[in-house]
Write a protein that binds this ligand. Sequence first.
Ligand code: ZN
Length: 251
Amino acid sequence: MIVDIHCHIDLYEDPEKVIERAKGAGVCGIIAVSMDVESMRRTLSIAESFKSIVKPALGVHPLTVQPNFNVEIDLERALSLMNKNSDKLVAVGEVGLDRYQSQERELQVKQEGVFKAMLDFAVEKGLPVIVHSFKAERKTFSILTEYGDLPIVIHWFTGPTELLEEGVRRGYYFSVTPAINYSSKVRRVVRRVPIELLFCESDGPVEYRGAVGEPADCRAVAEKIADLKGLEMSKVEEALLENTRRVFKRI
Ligand SMILES: [Zn+2]
């Protein structure tokens, strides 16, 4: 049995079909991350309809923190919805920093403030955090030092090797996308991170070389992990499930 620990299930046209295909591939759990208040609402409603398999994670994604994002109004709305539904959540996510599309200092400061608010929420509720750190790995890791005890899952890491090693030393988890099929940076994560700290994710509906990612793809990701680690597939499935139970205690 496989768990997709990071999927934007609310962004598919027909989530039901995606969920059916996931079940067919032996995926027994999908952690549904969100982006903003609207996406949080959709995610909660899909999770409600497919309770046995879809588990919600709420959070404000760094790419939704745009110049028109009003910290007083928009962050407060998000936190209020998160608070109201906190007993249903398995994690906080997708949250973090992104400097690829946000190069203005003012915007970065705003993103950092929102990220810290998300981390404070996770501490308060005792929830693990699914972290986006694209092109902002150093700053993300520096902020995370202030949150030593939180279980952290770094999603789709492509940053410097030294930070990957630092993450392993800190006991962070790393989740691997279908980009494992062609990206040397993703394969490096699998080679350098012990199986006890790995997860697989689709990040769907992100496209991988033109193919829309889905939770069902996590089986192939796990097979590729088994291949790169020289382990039996059954051992990988067992280890990843064990990691899921350790980190996402409400699943
Ligand atoms: Zn994502």
